[in-house]
Ligand binder design. Sequence first.
Ligand code: PXG
Length: 470
Amino acid sequence: MSQSNPIKLPNMSHYWMPFTANRQFKAMPRLFKAAKGNYFTSIDDRQILDGTAGLWCVPAGHGRSEIASAVGNQLLTLDFAPPFQASHPLAFEAAERVAAYMPAGLDRIFFTNSGSESVDTALKIVLAYHRVCGNPLRNKLIGRERGYHGVNFGGIAVGGIAGNRKAFGNSLAGVDHIRHPLDIAKNAFTKGVPADGGVALANEFEQRILTLHDPSTIAALIVEPMQGSAGVVVPPAGYLKRLREICTQYGILLIFDEVITGFGRLGTKFGADYFDVIPDIITCAKGLTNGVVPMGAVAVKREIYDAFMEKSPAGAIELPHGYTYSAIPIACAAAIATLDIFAAEKLEDRAASLSTYFEQAAHSLKGLPMVKDIRNIGLVAGIEFESIAGKPSAMAFATYLKCFEMGIHVRFTGEIIAISPPLTIEKHEIDRIFNTIADAIKSVNAAGEAGLIVNNHLKNEQAWAMHQSF
Ligand code: PXG
């Protein structure tokens, strides 16, 4: 960056950034100004390969003109229609299209504006469902350790990431958690789904949690088919199937939170399809609109919807819940255009056909310094580092920064680097992602303590900060 051509940064004082170390970021910002296909353009005009599909939400690649035109036209045709006691045709069409994309039977669709809202909506639906069916004492919710179900109060209650819960006081009552399935001691460097232990682990739900609470008090179990945010935790074979059996046996509703695993990420439409396990409810968001208009959806089995319709008093609002922006026309337009792209380009099949190549590329990092485990499924990989005493996340964060400097965007969470590129990724780009991560790991490690000092990374960005005029 030459002194004569400084980059003008925005005034950064006012924006309170989400899930970001604000002080650190503002001292060393990473800003994008454009995106097309599998690449971002950074504010200093570098092409950054998007190894994360935004935040797992851009499966069809950036800047899709089909979605842009659909949204633009819709905005100028019908910008808004009240969603309560009125609606517009596209809402029904979008629901029909989403229902057709869902596993068989989950064909009643409630629209929200995010994954967090989808989760809280699903939790409210299960509580209200048992009540409308005459079982109001079935009101406990079970989540899973390391689960991420968004950031609203219901979601953090059933969620199992301590850092997302502990600052916020009392949680919902009547919530418990099953164990997470990550077992590095036994399964380190497993390619894809670990073979053993799934049924025994699922049986703990029956043996420990159901025994403790009495199954007749449990409304629902919510799990991500593959735990994304907590670092790519792939369940062992047979685990989800056994959870399904236990839920069915005891009349407990099973919710799959597919905000990350939905829309082709595992090489199938949903995780439910990948694992051949049909839950009672699926929550989704992100890829539903290719990430460009906030929208989430909750798909429920027809019997659940029918119970509300048949058992609620005549004329009553069957579910007193909804959002001003539920099924807002531009989101419906974006969802339909996105589903059109999935149908035309068969992105799930594309992800499936690339997954072995992707797996091999990910596991080629085995043996690099500090690498403790590599996990993968579909077009997702997680690389977990040894923790450094007194410096939690330091290795992952430094590697993430080094990758950014080297032109690749990855995610770091805890001691883990996660990779989840757009499903439009090419093989040479997969090579570039993992080769760059390998170089970044080597470089950070070779620099020893100095490699972990974040100020040693991102020289360009530091240059911008020097030229900041505020
Ligand atoms: N459920 C799951 C399974 C998720 O992964 C949410 C709910 C919440 O969605 P919203 O739209 O409210 O953010 C998520 C979101 C990451 C990362 O890099 C993951 C998410 C969000 C941001 C970052 O791991 N997942």
